[in-house]
Design a protein around this ligand. Sequence first.
Ligand code: AMP
Length: 121
Amino acid sequence: MSEEIKLAQTAKEEEVTLFDKIIAGKIPCSKVYEDDYTFAFRDISPTAKTHILVIPKNWDGLSSLFKAEEKHVDIMGRLLLACSQVAKQEGLDEGYRIVINTGPHAGQTVYHIHLHVIGGE
Ligand code: AMP
């Protein structure tokens, strides 16, 4: 296993992530959805007409999918449910993609798990 991948799997667990700051309102965002478990906002650099990030409020060490454990099953289910709600709200009736970039080779830049909801033209 390369050093780069080891680092992604073990070392990137900042106590307070960029996305924690967005949830706390310390960094502005364009919020589109929120419930008790999840928060969703528009990607600052969209790759499609609709590009939204869905994140857990309490990520519990789930910095990336590399870290997924049994204890994260509820968070992961909540994230997918929130994606479905967001897609409905955004009118993505023709379809959309859910992307979870995981690790450096996938271009993951923020180590607070997040699902990209990508739809529209
Ligand atoms: P990833 O590359 O999968 O880690 O995705 C991180 C995403 O966060 C990228 O698509 C960025 O454009 C997005 N992003 C970074 N900072 C912000 C921000 N302040 N507000 C909204 N989206 C952001």
